[in-house]
Each structure stands twice: as C-alpha cells, then as structure tokens.
Design a protein. Sequence first.
Length: 136
Amino acid sequence: MATPAFEEIAETFDFLDDWEDRYRHVIELGKAFPPMEEALKVPATKVQGCASQVWIQPMIEGGRFDFQGDSDAMIVKGLIAVLHALYADVPVADVAAIDAPAELARLGLTDHLSAQRSNGLKSMVERIRKVAAEAA
C-alpha cells in the first residue's frame, strides 16, 4: 500500500547495486527535503528515542496526513524524507494500515542501519502512527 512517491524511491533503490550508493541516495533525499521552521523545533515536536536530534510536526488537512520533519544528521533527515514519501497525503484513517517495517525492509534499510538509527526510525514511525490514530 505504498504511495507513488515511496514506490519511486524503491525503484531507485532497486537500480542502485551497493549499499554505499543507497546510503548516498538517502542523504541526497535529506538534502532535498525542505527544512523545518526553527520555531517548530520545540520539545513537543522532538522525537524521543533517536540518537540524533529529530523533530516531526504532523499536519492533517482535509482528512489527509502530512508532516514536516528535520534532523541535525543528514542521514536521519534522509530517513525522514523516506518516511514522508511513505506517509504524506495518505488518508489519516489509512496511516495505521501502512506496514512501515515491511516497506522499509524493501529498501534494505533495516539491514544497514546501526541499532541506534533503527531504534530512531522505529520511534519516528511510532510518533507518526500515534498522531494519526489520535486524529482519526
């Protein structure tokens, strides 16, 4: 049930043969992802359980889920961009149905991230799912 934006990332990952190229691609996604306003980087938007500083500000308009996000680490900002591709513009009621671990496994991310980064990614997914569940 992945979005077209996520499918595009998955197709790019299929094309890239080695993990170093994929890692660079995630960083490039992070560089291209719009920065979050400094005023939104507050304790309420900070994601706990991440080794880096991570902020996620969910937005729900017209019953559709979206979010802004940022990090002080480029690889993590890239992971935020990947999650944005997975969840952005999805009906808020459908967010819980997205199997993020399975979708991210398609990219091979879980095999190549450190334990701390994997835990942080899990924390970001939990935050997204929690906010969407509260709004649904």
